[in-house]
Ligand binder design. Structure first.
Ligand SMILES: Cc1cc2nc3c(=O)[nH]c(=O)nc-3n(C[C@H](O)[C@H](O)[C@H](O)COP(=O)(O)OP(=O)(O)OC[C@H]3O[C@@H](n4cnc5c(N)ncnc54)[C@H](O)[C@@H]3O)c2cc1C
Length: 310
């Protein structure tokens, strides 16, 4: 396989892994430097990355049968560009300060049934080490950006898991610009150990009084075990919004008159129903915001943007 793989890598790959930080065994932050340098891009945008079907998968991993016509093809997936937030001296950095791209990626384990195809790219990405090569598309793209945000507006970013990535890029940009309104970056993860940027986020909150990083968990003992002294049950952002608790937590009305909202990650949290689609049994954040007067229609205050990861 090695003899076949090397010429294919040389032909297709155009970027090098320069660093990898494992947050957990299923979650990493990885830095990639494209050979041709970086085009200008806006915080919040994404790029396609790829590796060949010929690459090995990390183990344990689902069995995958690669048909012959795919064996020399690239697997391409979209990844939001994240931001390390701080330099080694704990000073704020933005994506524009860097000559590499940082990504925040979860290893997808896939379903246990035999009908769902095994995840193709992440079991290969998780085999990468510093110095290894991969493909990064030339074009960085996407409309999930800070366009239309004015200096005094409140910016509310809500994510699940690695959906925090574009919000970190946008946070760094807003803080660097001297944004005067509140910047709220809320994420939901299963376990506290899944918070891949918590140290940086806490430092940023100490440095910028208008910045709030909030995290919710769903699988810690206090979420699952009623006997646990700190029991709060599973915490969903939908409940915090419905009960008005999010607004009190950040001491801001979070109203359509002053707030831009960004939703990124798990489609169930976002809850987008396409025109003509059946309503969801559990409404997502989008429905609650629309009921509160937010709209997807324009780029001013009251605007909701979302990025579904699947
Ligand atoms: C615009 C955009 C930006 C994205 N940015 C990121 C990012 O920054 N980080 C990131 O980890 N992923 C991101 N994704 C998801 C990413 O493109 C891949 O879908 C994901 O990495 C799985 O790839 P795969 O080939 O291993 O699995 P696939 O063979 O593509 O299997 C897809 C299945 O995996 C599940 N899945 C996909 N993404 C996730 C996830 N993040 N967490 C848990 N389950 C998931 C879903 O059930 C989905 O149906 C983004 C997707 C889009 C559309």
């Amino acid at each position: 396989m090695q003899a076949v793989a090397e010429p294919l890598r040389q032909k297709h790959y155009n970027a090098t892994v320069i660093d990898r930080h494992d947050v957990t065994e299923d979650l990493f932050r990885i830095r990639v430097r494209p050979d041709r340098g970086l085009p200008k891009f806006s915080p919040g945008q994404y790029v396609a990355m790829g590796m060949g079907f010929w690459e090995p998968r990390v183990q344990p991993s689902q069995f995958e049968e690669v048909p012959e016509n795919k064996q020399e093809k690239l697997i391409l997936r979209a990844y939001s560009i994240s931001c390390p937030l701080l330099d080694p001296s704990d000073r704020l950095v933005t994506c524009a300060d860097l000559d590499y791209l940082e990504f925040y990626i979860a290893l997808v384990r896939g379903a246990d049934d035999s009908e769902t195809p095994p995840p193709a790219l992440t079991p290969r990405l998780f085999g990468l080490s510093r110095g290894d090569r991969l493909f990064v598309a030339a074009k960085i793209t996407g409309t999930y950006t800070l366009a239309g945000v004015e200096a005094n507006d409140t910016v509310l970013m809500i994510s699940t898991g690695t959906g925090e990535a574009p919000h970190n890029a946008m946070t760094a940009e807003l803080l660097r610009r001297g944004h005067r309104g509140k910047v709220v970056n809320l994420t939901t993860v299963r376990y506290r150990r899944d918070l891949g940027y918590v140290r940086e986020q806490q430092s940023l909150m100490r440095q910028f009084s208008n910045y709030r990083y909030l995290s919710l968990t769903t699988r810690e003992p206090e979420n699952l075990d009623p006997q646990c002294p700190a029991y709060v049950g599973r915490q969903y952002v939908q409940d915090l919004i419905k009960r008005g608790e999010l607004a009190s937590m950040v001491d801001d009305a979070l109203s359509p008159e002053n707030t831009h909202v960004y939703l990124c990650g798990n489609p169930a949290m976002i809850g987008f129903v396409p025109p003509g689609g059946a309503p969801l049994l559990q409404p997502g954040v989008l429905t609650l915001l629309q009921q509160a007067g937010f709209t997807r229609a324009d780029a001013g205050c009251g605007h909701v943007r979302f990025e579904k990861y699947w």
